[in-house]
Design a protein around this ligand. Structure first.
Ligand SMILES: [Zn+2]
Length: 392
């Protein structure tokens, strides 16, 4: 099974973003089946576009553009130079990954100028993926928020791992309650933890943002938002928002990578519960403002996606399963929440921490529902619903 992972690398500012923008537009036309020949664009770049017509379905990023004038990244082939004198790819490829000098040379892409080339350091990410048996066969160039970027796509033929008797149970909530995971060996919980971003920082930055936006709102109502002071506030709000989102994005990325590596190391099967409606509901119940709730849910879906991508990369088997945190795993009765996030079943007296209930669900059910038997989470949840409705 071919698996792919990608990383975004920023290109230096001497790179002509407007030129890349234009190449993106030409790529868009290529994807639509037009044969693009532009007299003033270098032949080698035109050749890339022409050649990629055959690969247009196989791209990781932005498979087929859905709308006209959408942003399509420019696909580029790579040439890999290894320290052991191995050379892979075409020497005329626009992107050269030089593992001898640890640099990436981007040729002709950054400026419509013959022999124009720039060098950027080779990210550690590439070295790690190559060490894991991956190969960066292609790259993509594009513009995001007016800045030029290069996307490197690593590809690997993943062999499914032979699972051990370990399982990694992952319960995904909002950032407020975090991602709870448990490493289980047979019927025994080896380790259990809850991962959360620094909530103090998140809340502080969010309230800063709200204050700035309120000030801006006042100016706007007075029609003064276009004044230097108004513009300054607007910029400050944008900066604060981006800072907050970047922090959460980074946290999600690191957590996904850490958990995927943990699963691979233990050759564990992974069971994920990612029902976010419940998390959203919970946040509203706690009377958290919709703005802050949005922040707490920001990047959660992306976390699950990243986690999945990385599990596939390492060949770790995984499945989505509904693991409840408010229904008693022992007798299926509705549980009551006590202070300190303790859940208690009034029928059978079973009680434990709310974040631990999904783990107990896994432990009580994994034998009667073997791994992979239920397929998708939807099927699983209907199965469990039936059980719940018909009683224990
Ligand atoms: Zn019970």
């Amino acid at each position: 099974m071919k698996t792919r992972r990608a990383v975004l690398v920023s290109l230096p500012l001497e790179c002509d973003a407007r030129y890349i923008w234009r190449l993106m537009a030409l790529t868009n036309l290529t994807y639509r089946g037009y044969i693009v020949t532009v007299p003033d664009v270098l032949r080698c770049i035109q050749h890339q576009l022409l050649m990629w017509r055959e690969f247009k379905q196989s791209l990781v990023f932005g498979a087929t553009p859905k709308k006209w004038f959408t942003k399509v990244w420019v696909p580029l082939k790579t040439y890999r130079i290894f320290p052991d004198e191995r050379r892979i790819g075409s020497p005329s490829a626009p992107v050269v990954l030089d593992f001898v000098h640890n640099v990436i040379r981007v040729r002709q892409v950054c400026r419509n100028q013959s022999r124009y080339s720039i060098e950027i350091p080779l990210p550690r990410w590439v070295l790690e993926r190559v060490a894991e048996g991956g190969d960066v066969k292609f790259a993509m160039a594009g513009v995001r928020r007016d800045k030029p970027y290069l996307v490197l796509v690593a590809e690997r033929e993943a062999q499914p791992i032979q699972p051990s008797d370990y399982a990694l149970v992952v319960d995904v909530n909002s950032w407020k309650h975090g991602v709870a995971w448990a490493l289980v060996k047979g019927d025994r919980v080896v380790k259990w933890a809850r991962e959360r971003p620094d909530l103090g920082y998140v809340e502080k930055t969010y309230s800063e943002l709200v204050k700035i936006e309120q000030k801006y709102g006042v100016l706007k109502r007075l029609g003064l938002h276009k004044t230097p002071e108004g513009r300054k506030l607007w910029k400050k709000a944008r900066h604060t928002r981006r800072k907050l989102y970047a922090y959460l994005r980074d946290f999600a990325q690191k957590l996904a990578s850490r958990l995927a590596k943990k699963a691979a190391r233990h050759r564990a099967r992974v069971v994920i519960d990612d029902v976010l409606d419940e998390s959203r509901h919970k946040l509203l119940e706690e009377k958290i403002s919709s703005g802050l709730a949005k922040i707490y849910l920001f990047g959660i879906k992306r976390f699950v996606k990243l986690f999945e991508t990385q599990l596939r990369w390492y060949g770790v088997p995984y499945e989505f399963k509904r693991l409840y945190s408010t229904i008693c795993p022992k007798c299926n009765a509705k549980m009551k929440e006590l202070p300190g996030r303790i859940m208690k079943c009034e029928k059978c007296n079973f009680n434990t921490h709310r974040d631990f209930v999904p783990v107990v669900w896994y432990l009580t059910n994994h034998k009667s529902q073997p791994f992979g038997a239920g397929g998708t989470s939807n099927k699983k949840s209907t199965y469990l619903h039936k059980r719940i409705n018909s009683g224990p």
